[in-house]
Design a protein around this ligand. Structure first.
Ligand code: AMP
Length: 401
């Protein structure tokens, strides 16, 4: 069975075609900078090496069309008929309170999706265009929507509410939603599989540390809290996002700097100019921060310390929320690859039963592995995330049922 996973960002389309009988990738790629003069199109497949070129694509429909035409190409394609695709899984950033779980696309689902546009105005219209494009280009093939927020829908009200007047929740749906749900879900399942224990018997903290980062507290396979909030800005220090700050700083900035009376400028400051980048003045990328810190940049060292400390604090608070944990899982670009971050985060957490094996932590590998000492009460694992495969699995499951 072949499953196509489509991820439409605000100006990009990523895709992976899976052979779900083997859970292996057949073809994958992305188109970036949609709408600009030059778009970058990169793709690869099991049969053909990576190919890169600049193309002109003005919208998501054209991008999806380009991808599907190439998948069908007689010379370098991966399928000979669109009917070979059993289902298309779309990654959707925000399901609000409308979508508690993945759904098959129907006219009703699309109407409900439109109601979620204000919650993620950059991403949701792009997702919608992607769905429309797939419907047009792959007629008769079922599409499934898989939401980043859905896995967090088990968070209890006392954890997802903000202590603002209640009307803002009722009228404007302001509450914690959480993000990276598909990744947290995938690595939690993989962790249980790796240990050979049922997920329902485990208390896990998953740390998805990438450009955007979030932690989730998971009990019996259900999320009880997460660090991101109403938007993906809340939580730990990220590449260019500030994470948790005193909300009164916003009003203070608006009073002092006239330019921040504009919400776009303010959002830009908090989402694109802060975090590692804002503190270091060097980069939002952890590799560059580590290099700069090693060359004596004090601000880069501070940015690194701030990020690690913010992760450590969430581990402590989720440990309390779960009344202890069995597992701590690191995933995503930083979580999987940056041993100094893992070492710093886990330093002095023996009181919580977390004891890292610093040598194992430094080993370079792409495999799932345990990096805690044999007698550590809490097992610390590295699990490479695979959101696309999770979306493919969910999509396959949904059409099966
Ligand atoms: P992601 O958003 O999951 O792609 O993660 C991107 C982040 O992972 C960036 O901050 C990268 O610097 C970081 N990253 C990727 N590879 C490494 C590595 N080998 N060492 C340190 N950080 C890395």
């Amino acid at each position: 069975m072949k499953v196509l996973v489509v991820n439409c960002g605000s100006s990009s389309v990523k895709y992976t075609l899976f052979d779900m009988d083997k859970e292996s990738k057949i073809a994958w790629g992305l188109i970036e900078c949609i709408g600009l003069d030059k778009c970058f199109y990169k793709r690869e497949s099991v049969n053909f090496p990576e190919k890169k070129e600049t193309v002109r694509v003005t919208n998501h429909i054209q991008a999806v069309e380009l991808i599907i035409n190439e998948l069908l190409d007689k010379n370098c394609g991966s399928i000979s008929d669109i009917k070979e695709i059993s289902v298309v899984g779309h990654r959707i950033v925000h399901g609000g309170e409308k979508f508690l779980q993945p759904v098959v696309v129907t006219e009703y689902a699309k109407e409900c999706l439109k109601e979620c546009f204000p919650l993620a105005p950059l991403h949701m219209p792009a997702h919608y265009d992607g769905i429309t494009a797939v419907e047009k280009l792959l007629p008769g093939i079922t599409s499934v929507l898989v939401f980043d927020t859905a896995f967090h829908q088990t968070i209890p009200d006392y954890a997802y509410m903000y202590a603002l007047p209640y009307k803002f929740y009722e009228k404007d749906h302001i509450r914690k939603y959480g993000f990276h749900g598909t990744s947290h879900n995938y690595v939690a399942c993989k962790a249980a599989e790796f240990l050979g224990k049922p997920l329902k018997n485990l208390k896990i903290i998953t740390a998805h540390l990438g450009n955007g980062s979030s932690l989730a507290a998971i009990e019996n396979g259900k999320v009880v809290d997460t660090s991101m909030g109403f938007t993906p800005l809340q939580g730990i220090v990220m590449g260019s996002r500030c994470g948790d700050i005193d909300a009164a700083i916003i009003a203070y900035l608006i009073d002092i700097y006239p330019e921040y009376k504009n919400s776009d400028a303010l959002n830009n400051l908090l989402n694109k100019e802060s975090g590692l980048l804002g503190i270091s003045g060097v980069s939002a990328d952890m590799r560059a921060i580590l290099e700069a810190a090693a060359s004596g940049s004090k601000k880069s060292e501070l940015a690194f310390n701030m990020l690690c400390y913010s992760v450590k604090k969430y581990i402590g608070s989720f440990y309390a929320a779960l009344n202890g944990i069995d597992l701590l899982v690191f995933t995503a670009g930083i979580g999987e690859n940056s041993y100094p971050v893992r070492e710093k985060v886990c330093q002095n957490l023996e009181a919580l039963g977390i004891e890292l094996d610093t040598e194992k932590n430094k080993e370079n590998s792409q495999n799932i592995r345990c990096i805690s000492k044999p007698n550590s009460k809490v097992k610390v694992l590295i699990i490479p995330t695979n959101e696309e495969l999770m979306i493919a699995r969910i999509s396959k499951q949904l059409i099966g049922s």
